[in-house]
Design a protein around this ligand. Structure first.
Ligand code: ADP
Ligand code: MG
Length: 315
């Protein structure tokens, strides 16, 4: 196969034999052969887009997260080398790259789970050497994980409730006594959780233990838990991996709805190129811990370094 930009032109939707809109996603990920068959019906064109053609209520704002020269290593392994990029308020910012490129590590740097040896992080004008997980959560950063991190024996409702932890204001003592302000607060949390359940259309499974749910729904519950924290920035680590076509369509729609209705800034790691090209405002491309591309989907898909990394056989 020759490395030509045309190999990337998988973002346009088409109609398949069954009459369903699908996107060919021609640039299949080398280690994710299944990722070429994306289906979604939400081409992101300018500032007015969406599954139902809904206008965006929030247009891209100023830079709220600026990552400057981030380097992170684990012993001899350089997970990230001198990475700089920024994230603007209300945008959908994708991070793509082959397996082991450093994408998940980058999210862990943003929410303070990993502490880079070098670089600076400027979040909402505040400059830091590194984030702290509690500070990140309190400042409105929530995330989902590549491998689902839910309490499998607990119900959907209780799992989503754990997303409210950072919001509790009254002390443990008041909660233990189920007393006055604690009770009012609890009611408020329950209301918020019910709102999220309605939004993600998971009313029917609210009392089901998470471990009994199919994978696609577990991913949706994880998104629900992150949304329960009322984040201003949502970090999504492969939210559609392992999903079937219909589940992917639903997840795509929910991500766009969250972005459009609440103005939530979204940093998204995703292997499905059709999805990435359709729903992202800007894309940063990592390869072997280095940044090899950064720009609009159009810019990134015609970047020769990016094409080489994806079409090369070295991974
Ligand atoms: N906690 C860790 N300890 C040691 N090595 C790690 C750790 N987390 C990530 N790495 C290494 O960092 C590199 C990037 O990993 P990761 O960020 O998970 O990549 P990606 O998400 O792009 O697949 C890999 O070589 C991985 O083995
Ligand atoms: Mg990863």
């Amino acid at each position: 196969m020759t490395a030509t930009p045309t190999a990337w032109q998988g973002g346009m939707a088409r109609v398949d034999a069954t009459g369903t809109m699908v996107a060919p996603g021609a640039l299949a990920h080398p280690t994710h052969p299944e990722s070429g068959a994306a289906a979604h019906d939400a081409p992101r064109t300018g500032d007015s887009h969406g599954p139902e053609g809904t206008a965006r209520t929030h247009t891209r704002g100023d830079v709220i997260l600026d990552l400057q020269n981030i380097s992170l290593s684990f012993g001899g392994v350089k997970a990230l080398t001198d990475i700089s990029f920024d994230v603007c308020e209300h945008e959908i910012r994708a991070i793509i790259g082959p397996n082991g490129a450093g994408k998940s590590s980058m999210l862990n740097v943003i929410n303070g789970v990993y502490h880079p040896q070098q670089g600076r992080i400027v979040f909402r004008g505040q400059e830091r050497r590194q984030m702290h997980p509690t500070a990140a959560a309190r400042q409105g950063i929530a995330r989902t994980f590549q491998n689902i991190a839910l309490f499998k024996g607990m119900t959907v409702l209780d799992n989503i409730m754990t997303g409210r932890n950072t919001q509790f204001r009254t002390g443990v003592f008041a909660h233990a006594l189920w007393w006055g302000p604690a009770r009012a607060e609890e009611m408020q949390h329950r209301r918020k959780v019910e709102e999220v359940i309605d939004f993600l259309e998971i009313q029917a499974i609210r009392k089901t233990p998470v471990g009994r749910l199919p994978y696609g729904l577990q991913k949706r519950v994880e998104l629900a838990r992150a949304l329960a924290a009322e984040p201003s920035m949502l970090l999504l680590d492969e939210p559609m991996a392992g999903m079937n076509v219909e589940e992917k369509q639903d997840m795509c729609r929910f991500i766009l709805d969250v972005n459009q209705q609440f103005g939530t800034t979204i940093v998204l790691i995703e292997h499905d190129m059709g999805v990435v090209m359709d729903i992202s405002d800007r894309v940063v491309v990592l390869d072997y811990g280095k940044k090899i591309g950064d720009g609009t989907p159009e810019e990134v898909k015609s970047n020769p370094d990016v094409i080489r990394a994806y079409l090369g056989t070295s991974h």
